[in-house]
Design a protein around this ligand. Structure first.
Ligand code: GLN
Length: 387
């Protein structure tokens, strides 16, 4: 029998940097500030709602678009926070996390050979999902450390074959939140090139100054936009893998067209739990954000206190630390040494660039305060790793 393994399409993407660093971290019993998952679980009443649904049902297949109470809660969420009217029946699809939403959107919308414009540094499933859907990746490359989006940056990556732009704000891994001016640029660019916009908004409740801007709230973008979000970050339930898309009916048909064959539907009792989550009172979201603001300050101040220069993130639960200014030119090798020699895991951002050039490293602060303190203590020996 001929030897078969990973096909050529996916071979360039190897294994996910998140799995790799988590595995290395576990092997060395390190503090894992790499893969972004909280070391605490979401609200008890939300878990209780899911647990009651496991015991009492529903436990059978959900409708492919999602249970109607959850689709209603998702529509109400966009009205509540952004004042946007969403049709729960025609515009909402519950997916296997936001990663599932990305995959379903690419598979549903793209024609073979369509180009998708991704912005560096990207979330790692974007390029692989484009390629799995028969699309071709193009890249826009904003300059570090500002990572600002302007027209020139976007135009450099567009061709006559470009069909879609993918954006992410608040942005993983840079912690940037796009300004109104950047959204103006994105809107004009999408309209002029007649692009579908895929807007990944999973960190929507983690904006430290001002408020999140959803692409849905822009009338110019609304008819051409697929917004995706999930329960994982906002409710500290990343293992539930419940996400969703909101898009006008024709784009929703495309997402559902793929979703019915990738997953058909996602875990029914967890959809019941997610409904309870989205309906939590404002006080939950205030406490959530203030808890994260204090973790952000703790990690940023801690990193500064040991001589590193973190970017203060405007959103998300990540901060970047530049290595080039410290004379380090291989972020991946440096992260491996951090785990092995100091017992702390981070993510090298070279994994999120087309040419894999060495970049800053990302630390996650979705951890208990005492764990962050312990990580800083271990990292205080970082000088030993510097050239
Ligand atoms: N979104 C998470 C992060 O950026 C990881 C998700 C994953 O492991 N695939 O860390």
């Amino acid at each position: 029998m001929p030897e078969r393994g990973l096909g050529t399409r996916l071979r360039p993407y190897g294994s996910s940097i998140f799995s790799e660093m988590s595995a290395l971290s576990a092997r060395h019993d390190a503090i894992n500030l790499g893969q972004g998952f909280p070391d605490f679980d979401g609200p008890e009443e939300v878990r209780a709602a899911a647990s009651a649904a496991v015991l009492d049902g529903p436990n059978q297949y959900a409708p492919l678009a999602g249970i109607s109470s959850l689709r209603g809660a998702i529509a109400a969420w966009y009205q509540r926070w952004y004042g946007v009217a969403v049709d729960a029946d025609l515009e909402v699809t519950v997916t296997n996390g936001c990663t599932g939403a990305i995959g379903d959107a690419m598979l549903g919308v793209l024609e073979p050979g369509d180009e998708v414009l991704l912005i560096e540094p990207w979330y790692d499933s974007y390029p692989a999902s484009v390629v799995m859907a028969g699309g071709v990746c193009r890249y826009a490359k904003p300059a570090s450390p500002g990572y600002r989006i302007d027209r020139e940056v976007l135009e450099a990556g567009v061709t006559a074959k470009t069909r879609m732009l993918v954006v992410n704000s608040p942005h993983n891994p840079t912690g940037r939140v796009y300004s109104e001016a950047e959204w103006d640029v994105i809107e004009a660019f999408c309209v002029e090139h007649d692009l579908v916009l895929f807007s990944d908004e999973v960190y929507e409740t983690l904006v430290f100054d001002g408020a999140h801007r959803s692409a849905l709230s822009r009338p110019g973008l609304r008819p051409r936009t697929i917004v995706a979000s999930s329960v994982g970050k906002t409710f500290s339930l990343t293992g539930w893998k419940i996400g969703w898309t909101v898009a006008p009916p024709r784009l929703t048909e495309a997402v559902r067209g793929a979703h019915q064959f990738t997953s058909f539907c996602v875990a029914t009792p967890l959809q019941v739990g997610t409904t309870a989550a989205l309906e939590l009172p404002d006080s939950y979201f205030e406490g959530f954000l203030s808890g994260y603001r204090s973790r952000r300050d703790q990690l940023v101040d801690g990193l500064r206190s040991i001589g590193l220069e973190p970017i203060v993130p405007e959103g998300t639960y990540f901060t970047l630390v530049d290595l080039a200014s410290l004379g380090v030119d291989d972020d991946r090798a440096f992260c491996e040494r951090l785990v092995r020699e100091l017992g702390v895991a981070a993510i090298p951002t070279s994994a999120f660039h087309e040419d894999h050039r060495s970049g800053p490293i990302r630390f996650a602060f979705c951890k208990q305060p005492e764990v962050l303190d312990q990580a800083i203590e271990r990292l205080s020996r970082v000088g030993e790793l510097l050239p």
